[in-house]
Design a protein around this ligand. Sequence first.
Ligand code: G3P
Length: 217
Amino acid sequence: MKFFIDTADTDQIRAAAAIGVLDGVNTNPSLIAKSGRPFKDVIVEICELVDGPVSAEVTATETEAMLDEAREYASWADNVIIKLPLIPEGLRACKTLSDEGVGTNVTLCFSANQALLAARAGATYISPFIGRLDDLGHEGMDVIAEIVTAYDNYPEIDTEVLVASIRHPRHVTDAALIGADVATVPPSVIDKMFKHPMTDIGLEKFLADWEDVPGAS
Ligand code: G3P
């Protein structure tokens, strides 16, 4: 499974990229606003930090205006992909961009039916928001299972399932067990994925025992 980081904070992106586990970056208007920086400045810097796809989301809600934004954003760097909301206007724009060879990430997906429509529109990635479904008392991971199962029934579908709105490490594990293609993971959850007390305890013991090895540096 590939890992995208869910942030527009370039310091956090730089740190994750340095570990060597980053396949891309996912942003959205809220994350860009949180960065406190101009949109283009952030996206251009992020595209220089990672080789993989960097999602830049349109904010227009009419198809032609979406396409104008998309073509502008796509001109900023070769690894920009365009994020489009899962509304009819967004899927029309997705179909046009897909036909033009522009990478797309259809976002704000909350059902398998929406994901099937996005695949039919040629989406490169589909972003089901599992955390927001969980927040409502639903089982967001069930939607991921439905989407992956449905997509797998049709070899012609090459839309990748990008699990989004991840809240904790168990979401990442469950997404991988189901066979999702990508998880976009908040920096705080990436940190938690690394952590296990037995690893810390074991390393401490190894290093303490190594002190007793004759000649050990
Ligand atoms: O950026 C898409 C998604 O990962 C954001 O989810 O629910 O944390 O705002 P959320």
